[in-house]
Design a protein around this ligand. Sequence first.
Ligand code: ADP
Ligand code: ZN
Length: 734
Amino acid sequence: MLVEVAVAAAVRGTFTYRVPARLASEVTLGRRVAVPFGRSRRATGYVVGFPVEPPAGVELRDVAGVLDAFPLFTPELTKLLRWAEDYYLCPPGELHRAALPPGLNTRRGAEAPARRGVEWAAAAEGAAEGLAGLGRKAKAQRALLEYLLARGRIPVEELRAAFPRGRPALLALAGKGLARLDTEARVARGGLLPGAGEPPALTAAQQAALEAVSAAAGGFATFLLHGVTGSGKTEVYLQAIARARAAGRGALVLVPEIALTPQLAGRFRARFGEEVALLHSGLSDAERHAEWLRLRRGEARICVGVRSAVFAPVQELAIVVVDEEHDASFKQEDGPPYQARDLAVVRARGAGAVCLLGSATPSLESLENARRGRYRLLSLPGRIDDRPMPRVELVDLARLRRTVPTFGLISPPLAEALGETVAQGRQAILFLNRRGFQTLVVCEACGQEARCPACAVSLTFHQRRGLLLCHYCGRAERMTDDCPACGGPRSGVGVGTEQVEAAVRKLLPSARVERLDRDAVTTAGDVAGLLARFARREVDVLVGTQMVTKGHDFPGVTLVGVVVADTALALPDFRAAERTFQLLTQVAGRAGRGAEGGRVLVQTWNPGSPAVACAATHDYARFAELELAVRREHGWPPFQRLLAVKIEGSEAGARRTSEALAAAARPALGRGVAMLGPAPAALERLRGRSRWQLIFRGPDPASLRRVHGALQRLAARPPGGAAVRFDVDPYALL
Ligand code: ADP
Ligand code: ZN
């Protein structure tokens, strides 16, 4: 008997082995096996097929052993992985490895913890007073209790997502009588948890979307659910999944960065109880392994997870949901690069399932697929309860400068709005798509910027620490007031969140101001604690980066200010405008979640740019139309396909490798295929290595595969010795 094996190594293609008679019954599709590889090396492999004929001219070797008692991959997943390996031009063994939970690759035998019913937590009577009594040292307990006070009674699963290592603190709070824990009996199959509340009666638009999805159930179809923030998309997912469960089938839900959206995990858990398995990076390896096993064994039937969960072993898959389908975090950048949203559609097709992509700002790729009839467009045009969309006003900074020559980061109209909001006891969010104090430090005499010599990116000035930091490699330098090159005076240009925080404190000395970014708040628990304090209205103004655009509903927020809308527009990326539109829309969606309505002020140097202007009028359709025209004209996706070749090595080696690859690619060009570069990447040096890239543009995937075919051999052994990586449908061209 012969077996085809994907070996866990950086090689393309699979290998054929003989199966000794003693192993014949155990070597089945999807199993992990040990095989000899190269010179006497033992490697892990994955069984992907059973060839009839041995390959010509190869001396076959034997499979050495079988590693698991059951196949790790079902035939459905094996098929998906084979498709992905072929499409993304990546080593099949590495992809199989990436598809397994990390705990399974490193250890074996972890058992799923016994779970009886769903555990709930709530703050006890008098906990608010008890909070003051908790000592300074009990930081984790304070954050957790603040969270409970803000959220009421919630499934412990939500707490686990918000505070990955918060179990000891929770037990300590329970011990002090400040928190209550209780367990509800096992949920009946497909039934609802008592106390979780009946699902709400759907609005007409939600009902229409649900019926369309249900009508397609049992076969493959892809839907693009376009609905503004708060329009009830999640409720549609929940009820569509409930129907799949009622038919005894399973569901997969992909979400971006689940650690920032613990409420979502809690909502699924509250509705479906222990049928839900969570897969995200906030869990320990052992926990992820345990959740994966529950799915593999069919004990859990619904998976809610991040990007890599697209490979989760959900049994009898009937529906695949991708929430916030436009989110860039679905694109894997390290290891085998893949786009989980696109793979979700492929998986649904292979499994005969329905795929539901949801977003308030669908990616232009998905929109174009809907226009061409490949996806069906569903829309939820209004917010639940007809709450109005927040009013967005643009503050034209250039024009304002002409009449008001001096103002700081916060223009007079924004300052006035902030003052009013805080005076009325309401809350505000100030958003900036950047962190640090002053982003760019330049010499006023010679114009030289402070840059990281290893990474060739600007250093960021952190005032409190008096340091210039490189945000790519972590290099830190002491800030000096004179330029190291010419001795001239240096000053900061650009804005960081720390500077905005300082400006707000100066403007409103009595307001409670806090900052949320990766420098101010480092652990998932601290993020949840700060957001909980904000939800409890113990903070008046929250200043932050993208982190403030996701997460909780804040009914107290009536003002959202965008400090500079243009920072994301300046990125060297063809998706910069789309990204800006998405960010502005998302942050504007934070305003007016409550009955009091909301107002959004956007400060900008480019009020006329489509991204800014259309975000202000909530006009997705117009933005999409304008931006699609630009993409079409310049030959960017979704009209053309891209293949990036990323080269990293020594300065001379990377250049030599790039030039050799470019020369080898030339015969494959023409017939609509163009080559951009070779050029140094925008991020020219990273961790001491030189980076170059070549970008190929073609009308379809097949045209780019021809380029790959022409380069493959050379890329494996490039003359300059640099590392070469292929990135199909690339995102970050930095
Ligand atoms: P989205 O996912 O589009 O942001 P959600 O599904 O989270 O929207 O809904 C927004 C809010 O409205 C949530 O608090 C949700 O519980 C509530 N909600 C959703 N659908 C309904 C409905 N049909 N009736 C009442 N409330 C609803
Ligand atoms: Zn650096």
